[in-house]
Design a protein around this ligand. Structure first.
Ligand SMILES: N[C@@H](CCC(=O)N[C@@H](CSS)C(=O)NCC(=O)O)C(=O)O
Ligand code: FE2
Length: 286
């Protein structure tokens, strides 16, 4: 279903959801996240029909993404970083948005999630992560779930392999002529992919899932990764399918390549993993 080209609003339509038996994760019963100083004077610029900002944490080279529905101004943050929580809220508030949800693509090994701190700073905000990650979160996501915010909805695509609980989030085209967006975490990086040597990593599984679940998305879908270590910001499904130096190899060659990467462990892994298993809730961490 994700290879077809519905608009985000159509994807969130109740009739379509019923036909596909998609579980819609509802946040409607939650109180309003907070009263923010809405910037009524200016309308946030749209990217592909949505309010979109790519934010960066230099210490871990992590991208955090802010997405919001231009009508309701309900917003989500994907892969927030603990040390950037105040920065993220400044951006949210500056645009007059109402943060309702934090989403993590996986239980990160290289930084502590900002979910816990953001929830403490903004009571009413909820957090979500794949159930398969084993990490805490207010909502435990499964493959095929739909995560609505305002009139938009993210589709959850299980993309295990970097870790056993990785999930990508797909926003179908939100306006006529717009491209969809896919937030791939560390499953698919620009001209690369996540390592597979810890947290249930599985190179063959990663190869299969990227080919089956991500490379089947529309060619012009923007690929928005969890990290980039060389200053690149975005790619597309067509680009990565054609040019990714790891994933264009055959499956056996890919598995051998991943086994030989020999990367040092992430510097923050010993503090990040236990903290992320508890949703970054007991900050500040040592
Ligand atoms: N040097 C960094 C960690 C770099 C690293 O291992 N990155 C991960 C994603 S974060 S779990 C990865 O999968 N990299 C793939 C690659 O090919 O580099 C640090 O110390 O934090
Ligand atoms: Fe990772």
């Amino acid at each position: 279903m994700l290879a077809s080209r519905p608009t985000a609003r159509a994807a969130a339509a109740p009739a379509a959801r019923a036909r596909r038996a998609v579980r819609v994760v509802s946040f409607a019963q939650q109180p309003a996240a907070t009263a923010v100083a809405a910037n009524k004077a200016s309308k946030p610029a749209l990217t592909n029909g949505v309010i979109f900002r790519q934010l960066f944490d230099g210490a871990s080279s992590t991208y955090t993404y802010l997405l919001a529905d231009p009508l309701s101004l309900e917003a989500v943050l994907i892969d927030p970083v603990l040390e950037q929580a105040e920065r993220d809220l400044e951006v949210v508030d500056g645009l007059g948005l109402n943060l309702v949800l934090t989403l993590n693509t996986h239980c990160h090994a290289d930084h502590i999630t900002g979910s816990g701190k953001l929830k403490a700073l903004r009571p009413g905000v909820r957090s979500a992560i794949a159930a398969a990650s084993g990490a805490a979160g207010d909502v435990q996501l499964r493959d095929g779930d739909s995560v609505p915010f305002g009139a938009l909805a993210l589709a959850c695509i299980a993309t295990p392999g970097h870790t056993s609980g990785c999930m990508s989030f797909y926003l179908p085209p939100a306006a006529p002529g717009a491209a969809g967006l896919v937030f791939t975490g560390d499953a698919l990086l620009i001209r690369g992919c996540g390592r597979t040597d810890f947290q249930g990593g599985d190179a063959a599984g990663l190869y299969d899932t990227v080919h089956a679940r991500l490379f089947s998305l529309p060619d012009d879908t923007l690929v928005l990764p969890g990290h980039d270590y060389r200053g690149r910001t975005a790619s597309s499904i067509a680009e990565e399918r054609a040019l990714n130096p790891r994933l264009t190899k055959g499956r056996g060659e890919f598995v051998a390549l991943m086994a030989g990467l020999g990367l040092p462990y992430p510097k923050q892994i010993d503090r990040a993993l236990p903290a992320n298993l508890e949703d970054g809730a007991r900050f500040p961490y040592e």
